[in-house]
Design a protein around this ligand. Structure first.
Ligand code: MG
Length: 395
């Protein structure tokens, strides 16, 4: 093995980090890497430990990385390589199918901080009490915000704010955003997963950073705040400050590659929605203004009073349409039991095959009830008899 040239960093960079499972999830699928001057946060998703594997793969290339000038291009190259690897791993293994991860990487070099990212983990610069977001979220809500369809405050509380539109591992190639910003003495940079930003408003983040004695206290304070607000997701934060002597600001946090977690999976669409569908949705939307509904997402809903299969996602946003009727069955909604109608109104996302199974199932149920009624001479012999005799049925 060839010895690597150990390039000394020219700049002291103090930092602190914290990661926490939160109060709802059973495992932590976030990953972080913090070794000055390189800092990375990744937020993985996928079943059977796949999310953990994906986020771990996303931070791994940075362990051997020493940035040169304008490091954002190098960061992007490492992310691109990680994307290919995660994608291959997902393709090779059924259990890992559909796994993915966000990644937000930053490296201090000279007077600037280079940033590269994919997904909705964020980078911020805190300067003089003001927090400036340095990354654009690759998320449904982020896209709506950029198109002026919703306000910043609406975005912070939007129910779909966790749906991402770009992630590592989903496709063989990934588009990576890069940028570079300057730093001044006293600036504090924050990298974080959405478990912080979906829980804690920017103003409160800024106040916590500004109000603590040390970066370490601030990192712990941010995690505490996310948990106080509900802790509905894994929370990961890295704070770093170029030009500070790390021994004076922070002495107890060693450089470390940190990764925790032991399975479970993150469904960004809610508990009833499968990971594959969450990821299908993640790639369903092309950023850059063009909206494309992935053809592999379906749900069962009502169309003109009939049980129907829709293609797309049941998101209704003013003039934007995200779904269309794919097929309409002959099963009348009126022939279903109330609990069945409620179930349909939930609009759970499914594969086409899954949606067809649901419709077939309702078809069998209504057929069975009609036969029961026929055999009873059309009478209402049971206390939960259907309210009407089906005229349709089948699919
Ligand atoms: Mg998250």
């Amino acid at each position: 093995m060839k010895p690597r040239e150990p390039r000394r960093r020219t700049m002291p960079v103090s930092f602190a980090k914290a990661t926490n499972t939160g109060r709802v999830r059973s495992s932590n699928e976030d990953a972080l890497f913090a070794r000055p001057p390189v800092f990375v946060v990744a937020d993985g998703m996928g079943g059977a430990r796949a999310g953990e594997i994906a986020s771990g793969e996303a931070i791994r290339p940075f362990e051997d990385f020493t940035p040169a000038a304008a490091p954002e291009a190098e960061l992007a190259a490492l992310i691109r390589a990680a994307n290919g690897r995660i994608h291959e791993m997902a393709a090779d293994d059924e259990e890992r199918s559909g796994m993915g991860t966000t990644v937000t990487a930053a490296a201090v070099s000279g007077d600037s901080v280079g940033i590269a990212h994919v997904g909705d983990s964020r980078a911020y610069r805190w300067r003089g009490g003001e927090l400036e977001q340095l990354t654009e979220d690759h998320s449904l809500v982020g896209e709506m915000l950029r198109q002026g369809k919703i306000s910043a405050s609406e975005a912070e509380t939007h129910p779909q704010r966790s749906i991402i539109t770009r992630a590592l591992g989903i496709e063989p190639e990934v588009e990576i955003d890069t940028s570079s910003v300057d730093w001044e003495p006293g600036d504090i940079f924050l990298l974080c997963s959405d478990g912080l930003t979906s829980m804690v408003p920017d103003q409160e983040i800024a106040a916590i950073i500004g109000g603590k004695e040390s970066l370490e206290q601030a990192a712990a304070g941010l995690v505490d705040a996310a948990n106080t607000h509900g802790g509905r997701d894994n929370i990961t934060v890295i704070l770093f400050s170029p030009g500070e002597d790390e021994t004076t600001v922070l002495s107890s946090v060693p450089e470390e590659h940190h990764h925790t977690g032991s399975g479970g999976f993150r469904s960004r669409l809610g508990t009833r929605t499968g990971r594959a569908l969450a990821l299908a949705l993640a790639i369903a939307l092309l950023t850059g203004g063009a909206w494309l509904i992935n053809r592999n997402i379906y749900y069962v809903g009502a169309h003109g009073g009939y049980v129907s299969i829709y293609r797309g996602v049941p998101v209704d946003m003013g003039p934007l349409s995200f779904s269309s009727a794919y097929s309409i069955s002959t099963i009348r909604m009126d022939d279903l039991e109330p609990f069945e109608r409620e179930r349909i109104d939930r609009h759970d996302l499914r594969s086409l095959e899954g949606a067809r199974q649901v419709v077939d199932n309702y078809s069998r149920q209504t057929d069975r009830r009609r036969q029961e009624q026929d055999s009873l001479g059309g009478g209402s012999a049971t206390d939960t008899a259907p309210s009407a005799t089906a005229t349709g049925g089948g699919y």
